[in-house]
Design a protein around this ligand. Structure first.
Ligand SMILES: [Zn+2]
Length: 435
Protein backbone atom coordinates (compact mmCIF):
# COMPACT_ATOMS: atom_id res chain seq x y z
CA UNK A 1 0.00 0.00 0.00
CA UNK A 2 1.32 3.46 -0.86
CA UNK A 3 1.80 5.92 1.93
CA UNK A 4 1.83 9.67 2.10
CA UNK A 5 4.27 11.05 4.66
CA UNK A 6 3.19 14.48 5.86
CA UNK A 7 5.52 16.86 7.71
CA UNK A 8 4.39 20.17 9.25
CA UNK A 9 6.34 22.81 11.17
CA UNK A 10 6.52 26.43 12.29
CA UNK A 11 2.81 27.23 12.50
CA UNK A 12 2.73 28.68 16.02
CA UNK A 13 3.89 31.87 17.68
CA UNK A 14 4.42 33.03 21.26
CA UNK A 15 0.86 34.40 21.13
CA UNK A 16 -0.65 31.00 20.56
CA UNK A 17 -1.44 27.99 18.39
CA UNK A 18 0.61 24.83 18.31
CA UNK A 19 1.68 22.59 15.44
CA UNK A 20 0.49 19.55 17.38
CA UNK A 21 -3.02 21.05 17.64
CA UNK A 22 -3.17 21.77 13.90
CA UNK A 23 -2.15 18.14 13.39
CA UNK A 24 -4.93 17.04 15.77
CA UNK A 25 -7.49 19.04 13.73
CA UNK A 26 -6.11 17.74 10.42
CA UNK A 27 -6.06 14.10 11.54
CA UNK A 28 -9.65 14.33 12.82
CA UNK A 29 -10.79 15.84 9.54
CA UNK A 30 -8.92 13.20 7.53
CA UNK A 31 -10.45 10.41 9.62
CA UNK A 32 -13.92 11.94 9.16
CA UNK A 33 -13.28 11.74 5.41
CA UNK A 34 -12.46 8.03 5.68
CA UNK A 35 -8.66 8.24 5.69
CA UNK A 36 -6.53 5.89 7.74
CA UNK A 37 -3.44 7.02 9.67
CA UNK A 38 -0.65 4.50 10.24
CA UNK A 39 0.68 4.39 13.79
CA UNK A 40 1.01 7.46 15.97
CA UNK A 41 1.80 10.92 14.64
CA UNK A 42 5.32 12.01 15.60
CA UNK A 43 6.47 15.06 17.49
CA UNK A 44 10.14 15.66 16.73
CA UNK A 45 12.17 18.19 18.68
CA UNK A 46 15.03 19.84 16.81
CA UNK A 47 18.21 21.58 17.95
CA UNK A 48 17.32 23.59 21.06
CA UNK A 49 19.62 26.42 19.93
CA UNK A 50 18.04 27.02 16.51
CA UNK A 51 17.82 30.81 16.36
CA UNK A 52 14.38 31.07 14.78
CA UNK A 53 12.86 28.20 16.68
CA UNK A 54 9.19 28.01 17.45
CA UNK A 55 8.41 27.64 21.14
CA UNK A 56 9.77 24.17 21.83
CA UNK A 57 11.27 23.79 18.38
CA UNK A 58 9.00 20.81 17.73
CA UNK A 59 7.80 19.64 14.35
CA UNK A 60 5.21 17.03 13.47
CA UNK A 61 4.77 14.25 10.91
CA UNK A 62 2.32 11.44 10.27
CA UNK A 63 1.74 8.67 7.72
CA UNK A 64 -1.43 8.39 5.69
CA UNK A 65 -2.45 5.18 3.94
CA UNK A 66 -3.31 5.88 0.32
CA UNK A 67 -5.82 3.83 -1.61
CA UNK A 68 -6.12 5.89 -4.80
CA UNK A 69 -4.49 8.90 -6.46
CA UNK A 70 -7.70 10.90 -5.87
CA UNK A 71 -7.10 10.26 -2.19
CA UNK A 72 -3.70 11.94 -2.34
CA UNK A 73 -5.03 15.14 -3.86
CA UNK A 74 -7.97 15.26 -1.49
CA UNK A 75 -5.77 14.74 1.59
CA UNK A 76 -3.21 17.32 0.50
CA UNK A 77 -5.98 19.89 -0.01
CA UNK A 78 -7.38 19.28 3.51
CA UNK A 79 -3.92 19.53 5.08
CA UNK A 80 -2.82 22.68 3.27
CA UNK A 81 -6.14 24.45 3.92
CA UNK A 82 -5.98 23.76 7.65
CA UNK A 83 -2.37 24.89 7.93
CA UNK A 84 -3.25 28.10 6.06
CA UNK A 85 -6.34 28.67 8.16
CA UNK A 86 -4.93 27.90 11.63
CA UNK A 87 -1.27 29.05 11.51
CA UNK A 88 -0.32 32.31 13.22
CA UNK A 89 0.56 33.89 9.84
CA UNK A 90 0.39 37.43 11.26
CA UNK A 91 3.51 36.79 13.39
CA UNK A 92 6.67 37.75 11.57
CA UNK A 93 8.53 34.71 12.94
CA UNK A 94 5.86 32.19 11.96
CA UNK A 95 6.85 30.72 8.60
CA UNK A 96 5.02 27.44 8.10
CA UNK A 97 6.24 24.62 5.94
CA UNK A 98 4.45 21.48 4.78
CA UNK A 99 6.22 18.57 3.07
CA UNK A 100 4.70 15.56 1.30
CA UNK A 101 6.56 12.39 0.40
CA UNK A 102 4.54 9.71 -1.34
CA UNK A 103 6.01 6.20 -1.36
CA UNK A 104 5.57 3.68 -4.15
CA UNK A 105 5.41 6.43 -6.73
CA UNK A 106 7.15 6.16 -10.09
CA UNK A 107 9.46 9.14 -10.26
CA UNK A 108 10.08 10.65 -13.68
CA UNK A 109 13.65 10.88 -14.90
CA UNK A 110 15.11 14.27 -14.24
CA UNK A 111 15.82 15.90 -17.65
CA UNK A 112 19.14 17.22 -16.24
CA UNK A 113 20.26 13.64 -15.76
CA UNK A 114 19.84 13.81 -12.00
CA UNK A 115 19.72 10.61 -9.97
CA UNK A 116 16.39 8.91 -9.30
CA UNK A 117 16.14 7.86 -5.69
CA UNK A 118 14.26 4.83 -4.41
CA UNK A 119 11.89 5.21 -1.45
CA UNK A 120 14.50 3.52 0.72
CA UNK A 121 17.22 5.94 -0.36
CA UNK A 122 14.92 8.90 0.26
CA UNK A 123 14.14 7.63 3.74
CA UNK A 124 17.82 7.17 4.49
CA UNK A 125 18.78 10.65 3.21
CA UNK A 126 15.93 12.25 5.19
CA UNK A 127 17.12 10.34 8.24
CA UNK A 128 20.59 11.88 7.91
CA UNK A 129 19.03 15.30 7.36
CA UNK A 130 16.93 14.89 10.52
CA UNK A 131 19.96 14.01 12.63
CA UNK A 132 21.67 17.16 11.43
CA UNK A 133 18.58 19.27 12.15
CA UNK A 134 18.65 17.93 15.71
CA UNK A 135 22.41 18.32 16.30
CA UNK A 136 23.26 21.33 14.14
CA UNK A 137 21.58 24.39 12.67
CA UNK A 138 20.39 24.04 9.05
CA UNK A 139 19.34 26.66 6.50
CA UNK A 140 16.18 26.81 4.38
CA UNK A 141 18.36 26.61 1.27
CA UNK A 142 19.85 23.27 2.36
CA UNK A 143 16.36 21.90 2.97
CA UNK A 144 15.11 23.18 -0.39
CA UNK A 145 18.05 21.68 -2.26
CA UNK A 146 17.54 18.26 -0.70
CA UNK A 147 13.77 18.40 -1.27
CA UNK A 148 14.44 19.25 -4.89
CA UNK A 149 17.01 16.44 -5.33
CA UNK A 150 14.63 13.92 -3.78
CA UNK A 151 11.59 15.21 -5.65
CA UNK A 152 9.65 15.92 -2.43
CA UNK A 153 6.64 18.19 -2.62
CA UNK A 154 7.23 21.24 -0.44
CA UNK A 155 4.82 24.05 0.45
CA UNK A 156 6.30 27.18 1.94
CA UNK A 157 4.13 29.80 3.57
CA UNK A 158 5.80 33.20 3.84
CA UNK A 159 9.54 32.43 4.31
CA UNK A 160 8.64 28.76 4.70
CA UNK A 161 11.33 28.02 7.26
CA UNK A 162 9.06 25.23 8.52
CA UNK A 163 10.15 22.91 5.68
CA UNK A 164 13.36 22.17 7.63
CA UNK A 165 11.43 20.77 10.60
CA UNK A 166 8.78 19.19 8.38
CA UNK A 167 11.43 17.19 6.48
CA UNK A 168 13.23 16.29 9.72
CA UNK A 169 9.98 15.11 11.30
CA UNK A 170 9.39 12.76 8.36
CA UNK A 171 12.97 11.47 8.30
CA UNK A 172 13.85 11.19 11.98
CA UNK A 173 14.72 7.63 12.98
CA UNK A 174 13.77 6.79 16.56
CA UNK A 175 15.89 4.13 18.18
CA UNK A 176 14.83 5.27 21.64
CA UNK A 177 11.49 7.04 21.93
CA UNK A 178 8.88 8.25 24.39
CA UNK A 179 5.20 9.18 24.01
CA UNK A 180 3.28 12.32 24.87
CA UNK A 181 -0.47 12.59 25.21
CA UNK A 182 -1.60 16.14 24.51
CA UNK A 183 -5.06 17.15 25.71
CA UNK A 184 -6.60 20.17 23.94
CA UNK A 185 -8.88 22.87 25.35
CA UNK A 186 -12.09 24.13 23.83
CA UNK A 187 -11.24 27.29 21.82
CA UNK A 188 -13.55 29.43 23.99
CA UNK A 189 -11.32 28.67 26.99
CA UNK A 190 -8.04 29.79 25.37
CA UNK A 191 -6.22 32.47 27.37
CA UNK A 192 -8.12 31.66 30.57
CA UNK A 193 -6.45 29.87 33.47
CA UNK A 194 -6.40 26.10 33.09
CA UNK A 195 -8.72 24.20 35.39
CA UNK A 196 -7.41 20.86 36.60
CA UNK A 197 -7.74 19.25 40.00
CA UNK A 198 -4.13 19.30 41.28
CA UNK A 199 -4.85 16.45 43.70
CA UNK A 200 -5.66 14.19 40.76
CA UNK A 201 -2.27 14.97 39.21
CA UNK A 202 -0.50 14.02 42.46
CA UNK A 203 -2.47 10.79 42.49
CA UNK A 204 -1.77 10.11 38.82
CA UNK A 205 1.95 10.62 39.43
CA UNK A 206 1.90 8.30 42.41
CA UNK A 207 0.23 5.57 40.35
CA UNK A 208 2.12 5.92 37.06
CA UNK A 209 5.62 7.28 37.76
CA UNK A 210 8.22 6.32 36.46
CA UNK A 211 6.27 4.90 33.49
CA UNK A 212 5.21 8.53 33.07
CA UNK A 213 7.55 11.36 34.07
CA UNK A 214 7.87 15.13 34.54
CA UNK A 215 4.35 15.25 35.96
CA UNK A 216 5.41 17.29 38.97
CA UNK A 217 8.06 19.84 39.75
CA UNK A 218 8.83 20.25 43.44
CA UNK A 219 5.30 19.15 44.20
CA UNK A 220 3.59 21.38 41.61
CA UNK A 221 1.84 20.34 38.41
CA UNK A 222 4.34 20.29 35.55
CA UNK A 223 1.95 18.84 32.95
CA UNK A 224 0.29 22.22 32.37
CA UNK A 225 1.93 24.71 30.00
CA UNK A 226 2.17 28.42 30.84
CA UNK A 227 1.64 29.70 27.32
CA UNK A 228 -1.60 30.77 25.61
CA UNK A 229 -1.54 27.64 23.41
CA UNK A 230 -4.48 25.22 22.91
CA UNK A 231 -2.91 22.57 25.16
CA UNK A 232 -4.58 21.88 28.50
CA UNK A 233 -1.89 19.42 29.55
CA UNK A 234 0.71 17.03 28.23
CA UNK A 235 1.59 13.68 29.79
CA UNK A 236 4.93 12.13 28.91
CA UNK A 237 5.71 8.46 29.31
CA UNK A 238 7.22 5.26 28.06
CA UNK A 239 4.34 3.87 25.97
CA UNK A 240 0.95 4.90 24.49
CA UNK A 241 -0.78 2.79 27.14
CA UNK A 242 1.14 4.46 29.97
CA UNK A 243 0.19 8.00 28.93
CA UNK A 244 -3.42 6.97 28.26
CA UNK A 245 -3.74 5.36 31.71
CA UNK A 246 -2.34 8.51 33.31
CA UNK A 247 -4.68 10.73 31.27
CA UNK A 248 -7.68 8.82 32.64
CA UNK A 249 -6.52 9.64 36.19
CA UNK A 250 -6.31 13.41 35.61
CA UNK A 251 -9.49 15.20 36.63
CA UNK A 252 -10.04 18.11 34.27
CA UNK A 253 -12.49 20.79 35.47
CA UNK A 254 -13.03 22.10 31.96
CA UNK A 255 -14.19 20.20 28.86
CA UNK A 256 -11.62 18.89 26.41
CA UNK A 257 -11.83 19.25 22.65
CA UNK A 258 -9.97 15.94 22.55
CA UNK A 259 -6.50 14.45 22.82
CA UNK A 260 -3.84 12.93 20.62
CA UNK A 261 -0.89 10.67 21.45
CA UNK A 262 2.42 11.46 19.76
CA UNK A 263 5.50 9.30 19.38
CA UNK A 264 8.50 11.50 20.06
CA UNK A 265 12.26 11.92 20.42
CA UNK A 266 11.69 13.82 23.66
CA UNK A 267 13.82 12.64 26.58
CA UNK A 268 16.14 10.48 24.49
CA UNK A 269 19.33 12.63 24.55
CA UNK A 270 19.25 12.28 20.77
CA UNK A 271 20.64 15.81 20.42
CA UNK A 272 23.89 14.96 22.24
CA UNK A 273 27.05 13.87 20.50
CA UNK A 274 29.80 12.19 22.53
CA UNK A 275 33.04 14.02 21.92
CA UNK A 276 36.57 13.46 23.25
CA UNK A 277 38.15 16.90 22.98
CA UNK A 278 37.00 20.36 24.02
CA UNK A 279 38.53 21.98 20.96
CA UNK A 280 36.28 19.90 18.67
CA UNK A 281 33.13 21.55 20.07
CA UNK A 282 31.20 24.09 18.02
CA UNK A 283 28.69 26.78 18.84
CA UNK A 284 25.08 25.45 18.92
CA UNK A 285 26.36 21.89 19.15
CA UNK A 286 25.14 19.60 21.94
CA UNK A 287 27.60 17.22 23.54
CA UNK A 288 28.63 14.69 26.16
CA UNK A 289 32.14 15.57 27.24
CA UNK A 290 34.49 14.53 30.03
CA UNK A 291 36.98 16.94 31.56
CA UNK A 292 38.47 18.39 34.70
CA UNK A 293 37.14 21.35 36.64
CA UNK A 294 39.71 24.12 36.26
CA UNK A 295 38.56 26.79 38.67
CA UNK A 296 36.25 27.21 41.61
CA UNK A 297 32.65 27.86 40.41
CA UNK A 298 31.58 31.48 40.76
CA UNK A 299 28.14 33.00 41.06
CA UNK A 300 27.31 36.14 39.10
CA UNK A 301 24.48 38.63 39.44
CA UNK A 302 21.16 36.94 38.74
CA UNK A 303 22.34 33.77 40.46
CA UNK A 304 23.95 32.08 37.43
CA UNK A 305 26.85 29.76 38.27
CA UNK A 306 29.90 29.35 36.02
CA UNK A 307 33.11 27.33 36.02
CA UNK A 308 35.77 26.38 33.51
CA UNK A 309 36.21 22.80 32.35
CA UNK A 310 39.52 21.75 30.81
CA UNK A 311 41.22 18.89 29.04
CA UNK A 312 44.50 18.53 27.13
CA UNK A 313 43.01 20.36 24.12
CA UNK A 314 41.56 23.46 25.76
CA UNK A 315 38.92 24.80 28.07
CA UNK A 316 35.28 25.88 28.00
CA UNK A 317 33.04 27.83 30.34
CA UNK A 318 30.17 25.75 31.75
CA UNK A 319 27.00 27.28 33.14
CA UNK A 320 24.12 26.39 35.43
CA UNK A 321 21.70 29.27 34.96
CA UNK A 322 19.25 30.60 37.53
CA UNK A 323 16.26 28.56 36.23
CA UNK A 324 18.12 25.37 37.15
CA UNK A 325 17.36 26.32 40.80
CA UNK A 326 18.70 23.81 43.36
CA UNK A 327 20.95 22.16 40.77
CA UNK A 328 23.21 25.23 41.14
CA UNK A 329 23.94 24.33 44.77
CA UNK A 330 25.54 21.12 43.57
CA UNK A 331 27.60 22.89 40.89
CA UNK A 332 28.86 25.42 43.46
CA UNK A 333 30.44 22.57 45.43
CA UNK A 334 32.74 21.50 42.59
CA UNK A 335 36.44 22.16 43.05
CA UNK A 336 39.45 22.37 40.73
CA UNK A 337 40.66 18.89 39.91
CA UNK A 338 37.24 17.21 40.02
CA UNK A 339 36.73 14.91 37.04
CA UNK A 340 33.26 15.19 35.50
CA UNK A 341 31.22 14.43 32.39
CA UNK A 342 28.94 17.21 31.16
CA UNK A 343 25.77 16.67 29.10
CA UNK A 344 24.72 19.92 27.46
CA UNK A 345 24.77 22.33 24.54
CA UNK A 346 26.71 25.43 23.55
CA UNK A 347 24.60 28.57 23.34
CA UNK A 348 25.14 31.82 21.46
CA UNK A 349 27.57 33.10 24.11
CA UNK A 350 29.83 30.08 23.60
CA UNK A 351 29.01 28.72 27.06
CA UNK A 352 28.20 25.06 27.65
CA UNK A 353 24.74 24.90 29.30
CA UNK A 354 24.67 21.95 31.68
CA UNK A 355 21.68 19.57 31.40
CA UNK A 356 23.24 16.74 33.39
CA UNK A 357 26.55 16.15 35.14
CA UNK A 358 28.22 12.91 36.07
CA UNK A 359 30.88 13.29 38.76
CA UNK A 360 33.54 10.59 38.32
CA UNK A 361 36.23 11.75 40.73
CA UNK A 362 36.26 14.25 43.52
CA UNK A 363 39.62 15.79 44.29
CA UNK A 364 40.69 14.88 47.83
CA UNK A 365 41.16 17.83 50.16
CA UNK A 366 43.66 17.72 53.00
CA UNK A 367 44.68 19.93 55.86
CA UNK A 368 48.15 19.71 57.34
CA UNK A 369 48.55 20.18 61.07
CA UNK A 370 51.33 19.88 63.65
CA UNK A 371 51.18 16.65 65.70
CA UNK A 372 49.50 16.48 69.08
CA UNK A 373 51.70 16.11 72.18
CA UNK A 374 51.25 13.20 74.62
CA UNK A 375 49.75 15.76 77.00
CA UNK A 376 47.03 16.56 74.43
CA UNK A 377 48.27 19.99 73.41
CA UNK A 378 48.91 20.86 69.73
CA UNK A 379 52.71 21.13 69.28
CA UNK A 380 54.54 24.05 67.72
CA UNK A 381 57.31 24.06 65.14
CA UNK A 382 60.71 24.11 66.77
CA UNK A 383 62.14 25.87 63.72
CA UNK A 384 62.99 24.83 60.18
CA UNK A 385 63.86 21.09 60.12
CA UNK A 386 64.04 21.01 63.92
CA UNK A 387 60.82 19.13 64.60
CA UNK A 388 58.14 20.14 67.07
CA UNK A 389 58.02 21.36 70.65
CA UNK A 390 55.11 21.31 73.09
CA UNK A 391 54.35 24.82 74.41
CA UNK A 392 52.86 23.30 77.61
CA UNK A 393 55.17 20.54 78.81
CA UNK A 394 58.24 21.19 76.68
CA UNK A 395 58.19 17.71 75.11
CA UNK A 396 60.09 17.56 71.77
CA UNK A 397 59.82 15.43 68.62
CA UNK A 398 63.03 15.80 66.59
CA UNK A 399 62.04 14.06 63.34
CA UNK A 400 58.29 14.71 63.48
CA UNK A 401 56.21 15.47 60.40
CA UNK A 402 53.04 17.41 59.92
CA UNK A 403 49.89 15.27 59.97
CA UNK A 404 47.75 15.22 56.83
CA UNK A 405 44.02 14.85 57.44
CA UNK A 406 41.44 14.35 54.70
CA UNK A 407 38.54 16.81 54.80
CA UNK A 408 35.24 15.29 53.72
CA UNK A 409 33.66 16.85 50.56
CA UNK A 410 30.03 17.94 50.70
CA UNK A 411 29.12 16.23 47.40
CA UNK A 412 29.19 12.65 46.28
CA UNK A 413 30.20 11.03 43.02
CA UNK A 414 27.17 10.31 40.87
CA UNK A 415 24.81 11.50 38.15
CA UNK A 416 22.81 14.69 38.62
CA UNK A 417 20.22 16.51 36.47
CA UNK A 418 18.48 19.89 36.34
CA UNK A 419 14.89 20.00 37.73
CA UNK A 420 11.84 19.28 35.55
CA UNK A 421 11.04 22.97 34.97
CA UNK A 422 14.50 23.60 33.51
CA UNK A 423 14.75 20.40 31.49
CA UNK A 424 15.02 20.56 27.72
CA UNK A 425 12.45 18.54 25.79
CA UNK A 426 15.23 16.37 24.36
CA UNK A 427 17.03 15.71 27.66
CA UNK A 428 16.81 12.18 28.98
CA UNK A 429 15.80 12.00 32.64
CA UNK A 430 17.97 9.97 34.98
CA UNK A 431 14.91 7.86 35.77
CA UNK A 432 14.76 6.84 32.08
CA UNK A 433 18.40 5.81 32.18
CA UNK A 434 17.58 3.05 34.62
CA UNK A 435 15.08 1.33 32.37
ZN1 LIG B 1 52.92 18.43 76.02
Amino acid sequence: MNKLYVGIDDTDSPEGMCTTYITFVIINKLKDCGFEIEGHPRLIRLNPFARFKTRGNGSVSFKLIIKSSDDVEKAKKIILNKVKQLSKMENENTNPGVVFFETGKIRLTNPDGGKIYSDKEINSLLEKFALRAIMEILTIDEAKKLANDLNLEIHQFKKGRGIIGAMAAIGCYLEDKTFELLAYRLPENYCTSRKINPESVLEMNKKTYPRTFDNLDEGYMAIVPHTPCPILYGIRGESPQDVLNAHKLVESLESLEGYLIFETNQHTDMHLKRIDKINKMEKYGCYILRGTVKDKPNVIEGGHVFFKLEDSSGEIECAAYEPTKGFRNLIKLLLPGDNVEIYGGIGSMGTLNIEKIRIYELKSLFIEENPLCECGKRMKSAGHDKGFKCPKCGNKIRNGQKIRTKIPRDIKKGFYEVPTSARRHLSKQLVRMDF
